[in-house]
Design a protein around this ligand. Structure first.
Ligand SMILES: C[S@@+](CC[C@H](N)C(=O)[O-])C[C@H]1O[C@@H](n2cnc3c(N)ncnc32)[C@H](O)[C@@H]1O
Length: 243
């Protein structure tokens, strides 16, 4: 028996009309981003809303984002932080994050955000070196896929027990269920990142409440994997809690 609902146009429209709350500023950011050829990299408005909701639910004060692009997810996170909260953003593009900076400023959250233009791994290692391990509340990973497992390990270090690590695209358009699929992202020199991530996130079978890879006994971090289903209309959240 399948547990997936059929998400047709009417249901999607209903969810948008009744559940989605998007500020005019964020809508403008989506419209501006839509003009770029890379617009598909942007998270959906639903994801932004869910991420913000999760950040608020745990009272997040410090967060890190890996992959900022034009700023939709960073804006969603920064707006959910308190005025003295802090979001560290990692990206390699001055051009795309230039758009993000404009919107952060207009939203009045620029003082909460520190953007570093450099390979994310270097920036994350810099945060660990600044003694921030175990002191962040939330991490969001949404950048180059061949870096995902290293980002995941670093974010596990940085996020405190009880904090949240969010990972986008882990189903990769269904490739996770078809690991014979060999597109450039799913099959790299070290093997498929999708496979590596699914191994990292999936507890071995027949074990009671097994810890996720990289989480030590008693640390209890929440891993949330995000994906779009039904043409980007609905957010699927799978939360796992190390017990
Ligand atoms: C999918 S987009 C991020 C979308 C963004 N979260 C949003 O809400 O619109 C991926 C971003 O990762 C960045 N990126 C690619 N390789 C990177 C690396 N090695 N280190 C840091 N950022 C990288 C790209 O420049 C791009 O902006």
């Amino acid at each position: 028996m399948k547990s997936w609902p059929k998400i047709d146009g009417a249901l999607a429209d209903y969810v948008d009309a009744n559940w989605l709350r998007e500020s005019p500023l964020k809508r403008r950011l989506r419209e501006e981003t839509a003009k770029l050829p890379q617009a598909g990299m942007q998270i959906s408005a639903h994801q932004g809303q869910q991420i913000a909701w999760l950040a608020r639910a745990i009272g997040a004060r410090r967060a890190v984002e890996v992959g900022t692009f034009t700023g939709y997810s960073s804006l969603s996170i920064a707006e959910a932080l308190p005025a003295d909260g802090k979001l560290w953003c990692c990206d390699v593009s001055e051009q795309w994050t230039g758009i993000a900076r404009r919107y952060w400023k207009e939203a009045g959250v620029e003082s909460r955000i520190e953007l570093t233009i450099a390979p994310a791994l270097k920036t994350l290692d810099g945060l660990v070196a600044q003694d921030l391990a175990g002191r962040l509340d939330l991490a969001f990973i949404d950048a180059n896929k061949d870096g995902y497992d290293a980002y995941y390990e670093r974010c596990l270090k940085l996020v405190r027990p009880g904090g949240i690590v969010l990972i986008d695209n882990v189903l990769w358009g269904g490739s996770v269920a078809n690991l014979a699929d060999k597109d450039a992202d799913t099959e790299g020199p070290e093997g498929s990142w999708v496979k590596r991530m699914s191994e990292a996130l999936t507890p071995p079978p027949a074990t009671r409440a097994p810890p996720l890879r990289g989480i030590r006994e008693g640390e209890k971090k929440i891993i949330v994997t995000l994906t779009h289903v039904a043409e980007d209309r609905m957010l699927d959240l799978v939360a796992r809690l190390d017990a």
